[in-house]
Every structure is written in C-alpha cells, then in structure tokens.
Design a protein around this ligand. Structure first.
Ligand SMILES: NC(=O)c1ccc[n+]([C@@H]2O[C@H](COP(=O)([O-])OP(=O)(O)OC[C@H]3O[C@@H](n4cnc5c(N)ncnc54)[C@H](OP(=O)(O)O)[C@@H]3O)[C@@H](O)[C@H]2O)c1
Length: 283
C-alpha cells in the first residue's frame, strides 16, 4: 500500500490513527504556537501530539476553535505523573479536556513508567474509555519489561510512544510491539535536530533531492512508525516536513541508514525505558 499524508493504521482496539502529525514538545504557551497549530491543521496535518507536561494543550484548544472539525483531527496527549493514582489521573484528565476544549481524547498516554501506581492508573483509563472519553489508550517510554507487566495484568496498550530515529532504534521494544500488535509512535524523529548535518544524511539528501529532515521522517514512516516531527519555526518547515510522500528510500538505503545509526548510538532526551519496578508500581 502506498503511504499518504492521509494514511491511517488500524490500532488493536479497532480505531484508526494517522501515521503523521505535529509534535509540540517545547512549543511555547503562546499565540505563535496557536497559529502554527492552526497552520498545520489548515495544511492537512491530521494529528497533533501534546502533553500535560508541555503546557500547551490550551494552544491546541485555541487552534481547534478556529473553525476546525474536531472529528477530523486526531489528538494525543499524556498524563505526566502517575504518582497520585486514579484520583490524580481523573484530575489531570479533566484538566486536559478543558484545555483542549473537547469532550474526548483520541489517544491518551501514560507519559512514562515513573511515578508508581501504573496499573491503578491504567485501570482507570480503561474506565474512562468505557465512559467514551478516551478512544485509545497508550503508553510512552515503556520498555519491554513494563509492557510485560501490563500484559500480565491483562492489558495491551494500543500504542507505545518511544524515541526513534536511526541513532536510537530501540530495537527490542520495536520487536516486542510488533509481536504484540502495539502500534509504534516514534518521538524525536529528527533527533531533536542534532543529526541534521551528519555527512551520511547529507549524502542521502543529495541522492534523493530531499532535505535531511525529510530523509529522517521518511525513514520513520517507511519503518511503519507513527511520526510526529516538531516545528514552531513557521509554515515553510511545516510544509517541508509533510512533503515526504512523493518519494521512497530504497531498501538498501533504509538498511544503510539503520546500520549507520546503530554504529553511532545516541539518544537525545531522557530514557525511562529501563525504569525499575518501583517506578512502575505494584503489579
Ligand atoms: N513521550 C515523550 O517522552 C516525548 C519526548 C520527546 C518528544 N516527544 C514528542 O515527539 C515530538 C517530536 O520530538 P522532538 O520535539 O523532541 O524533536 P524532533 O521533532 O526530532 O526535532 C525538533 C527539532 O528539529 C527542528 N526542526 C524541525 N523541522 C526541521 C526541519 N525541517 N529542518 C531543520 N530543523 C527542523 C525544530 O526546530 P524548529 O521548531 O525551530 O523548527 C526542533 O529544534 C515532540 O514535539 C513531542 O510531541 C515525546
């Protein structure tokens, strides 16, 4: 099947999810961010990824108020801390709904296995899903052991959002997710911009007549990762980052880039995927 901006994948709960969208980490809580989100939606970005932590859910809400059809936009947001169990979750969730000016969230994620009480929170998310307030339940920064602990309790999330680019391929988690039918959402697909001047990437950029950012986004999409590059620089970069559906990397270059990254491993943010059982909480 050829990949398009409008392509969606079927999650394990039956809902459809776009394969591409705009990430909002470190996008300021400002009218400029509201404008960028509105510009992205106008250009056809089908998915917006925000989080309680990013403090810009209300900019997403403000952008949505600008005459966009809520049903046409897929919103993912994240609970930052599980520390306060089910009550904390209900509080945070209600606040997210209010900021986003919506009565449901397409994909609600636990941001990381870090505050304990993960199972208690997950159970409450299932209750919210039954109430029709969450369409799909996901997790983020969950390693194989965390996913296994969930599975032992009878839960398989629809999505796991983890750092993914050639320099941080997280292969064990990717394999686990594929085997267990968990959709893989890759964050920091541009490695936060750190690798864009890498000579290997520059060479591929010349070969395909595409920018280094476009090569990386395409690499993610061709791997089957849901991809959410962030930009707040302006419309030109929004357009550049979505203009990745008119070419394909050869199998040889997909593998070449993966092999190259694997030899130079480097993550660009935090990595809670090995967090202890204490941080996960009782099973
Ligand atoms: N779950 C988690 O723990 C977690 C962690 C990190 C990220 N995320 C999610 O994943 C999203 C993407 O990751 P990220 O924000 O860390 O990094 P990223 O998307 O890999 O890179 C963003 C950086 O690249 C720059 N950039 C964007 N497009 C560019 C282009 N075409 N050419 C050159 N530079 C470009 C951006 O600058 P400008 O803004 O100035 O364009 C920004 O500095 C986040 O926004 C967030 O939604 C989730």
């Amino acid at each position: 099947m050829s990949l398009r901006l409008t392509s969606r994948i079927k999650l394990n709960d039956g809902h459809l999810m776009p394969i591409f969208g705009l990430g909002l980490y470190q996008a300021a809580a400002s009218s400029k961010t509201t404008q960028i989100i509105a510009d992205a939606l106008r250009l056809g970005y089908p998915l917006i990824d925000t989080a309680e932590l990013y403090q810009n859910e209300s900019q997403v809400g403000d952008a949505l108020k600008k005459n966009f059809d809520r049903e046409q936009v897929f919103i993912s947001t994240k609970l930052f801390r599980t520390n306060d169990g089910r009550q904390g979750l209900r509080r945070s969730f209600q606040n997210s709904l209010q900021q986003l000016v919506t009565d449901y969230i397409d994909l609600y994620l636990i941001h990381a296995p870090q505050g304990g009480h993960v199972l208690e929170v997950y159970r409450e998310m299932v209750a919210l899903q039954k109430e029709g307030k969450i369409r799909s339940i996901g997790v983020s920064n969950f390693g194989v052991q965390h996913l296994e602990w969930l599975k032992q309790a009878g839960f398989v999330p629809a999505v796991n959002q983890i750092e993914l680019h050639p320099w941080w391929p997280n292969e064990d988690i990717v394999d686990y997710c594929r085997t267990n039918n968990i959709a893989i959402m890759g964050y920091s697909p541009l490695g936060k911009g750190h690798f864009l001047n890498d000579p290997y990437l520059i060479k591929l950029s010349g070969k395909y007549g595409k920018t280094p950012a476009q090569i990386l986004i395409r690499w993610s999409i061709q791997n089957g990762f849901i991809t959410i590059p962030k930009t707040t620089s302006g419309v030109e970069r929004l357009k550049e980052n979505m203009d990745v559906f008119d070419f394909a990397l050869s199998n040889e270059d997909m593998k070449g880039l993966a092999d190259y990254g694997r030899k130079n491993l480097q993550n660009t943010g935090w990595d809670p995927t090995m967090n202890s059982k204490e941080k996960f909480g009782p099973i």
